[in-house]
Design a binder for this molecule. Structure first.
Ligand SMILES: NC(=O)c1ccc[n+]([C@@H]2O[C@H](COP(=O)([O-])OP(=O)(O)OC[C@H]3O[C@@H](n4cnc5c(N)ncnc54)[C@H](OP(=O)(O)O)[C@@H]3O)[C@@H](O)[C@H]2O)c1
Length: 239
């Protein structure tokens, strides 16, 4: 095996593409399973029975993340690569200020999109600390870029991704001294399931984005020397 990777939100969309390509490249993949009735990840696990380990994982729940880390430690001795991919959008994203914003929904997004990073990082430390690569990859979005996000409304998603970016910056300051390296990534507009159904109007197939992202995640470069957000075309973003 090339190494062991953990991918959150691996059921469908970009996370499934990561799990599939990593398995094809010879990685063992702990595939975070959130949707128990979605068949694509199960099919992938059947194709790669030695490489894909299904790991029930809800990154919004302390108990689920702790239990996933406990299960992972029974399967593997170390994790080399973590792809923090899972996130949610909201059917209330177009609500504008003054319309009676749905604050409960905002907290739901913040819990998954921002705090999920910390839960997973903390719970899996004993496995990632002993990994060979010690690489943490975070799927963010231009939506969280204070300088470049020009949407109206979309408060919860944009604010949660900005908070995610700040969480990455804080982790970077702390953990780079322990040998961790970071890749922060904006994947572009993809034909995935963030709205609950596949968005065929979007520009990019998740598998093509996964290929470009994995190249960025697994090669050395400027991102080893500074924390930066790069996109699927290798362009650096203000964030
Ligand atoms: N799609 C885009 O155009 C776009 C643009 C910029 C950034 N991104 C980012 O790209 C990443 C991948 O998203 P995607 O586009 O592939 O969306 P997706 O198709 O919705 O995939 C995300 C996966 O994460 C799962 N998930 C949701 N809540 C979770 C939780 N609490 N714990 C664990 N898994 C959970 C989702 O399940 P459900 O389907 O049940 O929610 C889904 O399987 C996200 O970080 C997203 O913010 C996407």
């Amino acid at each position: 095996m090339k190494g062991t990777a953990l991918v959150t939100g691996a059921d469908r969309g970009l996370g499934l593409a990561f799990a599939s390509q990593l398995a094809s490249q010879g990685w063992r993949v702990l595939a975070g399973q959130y949707l128990l009735e979605w068949s694509e990840l199960l099919d992938l696990a059947r194709c790669h029975p030695k490489q894909i380990v299904l790991l029930p994982l809800d990154i919004s729940s302390d108990a689920s993340v702790r239990e996933a880390a406990r299960r992972a430690s029974k399967e593997v001795k170390a994790i080399d690569l973590v792809i923090h991919n899972a996130a949610v959008s909201s059917p209330f994203k177009d609500q504008e200020i003054g319309s009676g914003l749905n604050y409960k929904e905002m907290i739901r997004l913040y819990n998954v999109n921002a705090i999920g990073l910390l839960r997973v990082t903390e719970a899996f430390r004993s496995l990632t600390d002993v990994g060979g690569l010690k690489r943490q990859c975070i799927i963010s979005s231009e939506a969280g870029s204070i300088e470049r996000s020009h949407r109206k409304a979309w408060f919860s998603y944009c604010m949660s991704k900005a908070a995610l970016n700040m969480g990455v910056a804080r982790l970077y300051e702390e953990l780079r001294h322990e040998g961790y390296t970071y890749r922060l990534f904006h994947p572009g507009w993809m034909k995935t399931y963030m709205s609950g159904v596949r968005n065929d109007a979007a520009e990019l197939e998740p598998h093509e984005v996964a290929t470009m992202a994995l190249h960025y995640f697994l090669t050395s470069g400027e991102a080893d020397r500074r924390l930066m957000m790069s996109d699927w075309q290798g362009q650096v973003w203000p964030w």
